[in-house]
Write a new protein. Structure first.
Length: 395
């Protein structure tokens, strides 16, 4: 009966999506519906997979780890688990979906696609790589910068019980925990139309949660913390350069001049990056869509670090405060997040300046400078106390 209810839920979900009534929707939303249907139909209960003598031992071991992650998510991180991740799907591809990001040729602002139920989003997902590439090519032909990125997982926001997938089940323990906590966080709080809020919230919960999980297991969190630090450092670099490109595009120049200066600035960005020998590699093809992707996931992570500290690193208080901010009108919400991110950057100290990140230019991005104290996986402070001075506790 539960499964039947989920199928009826899918029918209602697709009907709502199709109600937008435009030509692109008549093609795109059935693609989503069929992709989701195929995924649901391929599910096998984890218990059945583990009981099957044909299951490879490596897969059985990988699946056996998940129960502990989910228990930790529910009891420690206060995330809604329900029936999620109780089934498994073997996929014959490297990603479950591919997301298309796009931006105008002379803007770092994202192209936003409007959807029923979830509002506008700064990317569009596809279950088929070729279809995603065709969508990107169509946008490029109209003058947009594009990027196609594969994703190992996604959340249906509680509409369905999301399965474990072969695209991520073999991740190392800490990174599996991070992914599961990230996707479960989407089910805890989702603000329609605010991609940057939703993804930064889930990114923070995933990373902080993974470090707390390692601490609870008595395991060394330093390699994982270093990996997370490297991601944030790379995001800081990209967002600082994003601001330089935004300044360029704001100048009153002819299109041909902008195009020449844009190419030169990307060359300067690569040269600057070459001076960072330990940094992660840049995408092979750089354009404005790269900035859209990084801003969607990393722009406000520092704001959520500040909220976590203000909540005395207590998850129930953190969730209550993030929910309250999420309920603010969009302009006020963005202002609050910007202020919190700036506060976190100031509290962090010893962060690379915008001038350093852009090899001398001062027009960088301060909000990404995350206070790395929130990545320390020590036990949270006792309820009613705060590890921060009073001035830093205020929201």
């Amino acid at each position: 009966m539960k499964r039947r209810g989920k199928w009826l839920g899918l029918i209602a979900f697709v009907a709502a999506l199709a109600s937008v009534g435009c030509e692109s929707a008549l093609s795109y939303y059935p693609h989503l519906a069929f992709g989701q249907l195929r995924l649901l139909a391929a599910r096998r209960d984890v218990a059945d997979v583990l009981a099957d003598p044909a299951t490879p031992p490596a897969l059985a071991h990988a699946l056996g780890r998940v129960e502990g992650h989910l228990e930790f998510a529910h009891t420690r991180l206060r995330l809604p688990v329900g029936g999620r991740y109780q089934s498994y799907v073997q996929l014959e591809r490297e990603a479950v979906v591919w997301n298309v990001f796009a931006a105008p040729e002379f803007s770092v602002a994202p192209v936003r696609w409007r959807h029923p139920l979830i509002g506008a989003a700064a990317y569009r997902g596809f279950f088929d790589l070729e279809r995603a590439q065709r969508a990107a090519q169509s946008l490029a032909a109209r003058g947009f910068d594009t990027q196609v990125s594969g994703a190992a997982a996604y959340s249906t926001l509680g509409w369905f019980d999301d399965p474990l997938l072969s695209t991520f089940i073999n991740l190392p323990d800490a990174h599996l925990a991070e992914l599961l906590f990230h996707e479960l966080a989407h089910g805890a709080l989702f603000i329609p139309g605010d991609t940057a809020f939703n993804e930064a919230f889930a990114t923070f919960v995933g990373q902080r949660g993974a470090l707390e999980w390692l601490a609870a297991q008595g395991r060394d969190a330093q390699p994982t913390r270093a990996a997370f630090r490297a991601r944030v450092d790379q995001a800081a670099f990209l967002l600082a350069w994003r601001d330089r490109f935004a300044a360029l595009y704001a100048r009153p120049l002819a299109e041909d001049q902008r195009r020449i200066l844009k190419a030169r600035l990307f060359a300067e960005m690569r040269a600057c990056h070459a001076q960072r020998p330990r940094a992660a590699a840049l995408p092979r093809r750089l354009n404005n869509a790269v900035f859209v992707a990084v801003a969607a996931y990393q722009r406000w992570t520092g704001a959520f670090a500040a909220i976590f500290d203000a909540a005395a690193r207590q998850w129930p208080a953190f969730h209550a405060q993030t929910k309250a901010i999420g309920e603010l009108p969009a302009p006020e919400r963005a202002q609050r997040l910007a202020a919190l991110a700036a506060r976190d950057a100031e509290a962090a100290g010893n962060q690379a300046t915008p001038a350093e990140l852009t090899c001398g230019d001062a027009g960088g991005h301060a909000a990404i400078a995350v206070d790395w104290r929130h990545m320390e996986a020590s036990e949270p402070a006792n309820a009613g106390t705060s590890p921060l001075p009073a001035a830093q506790r205020r929201l």
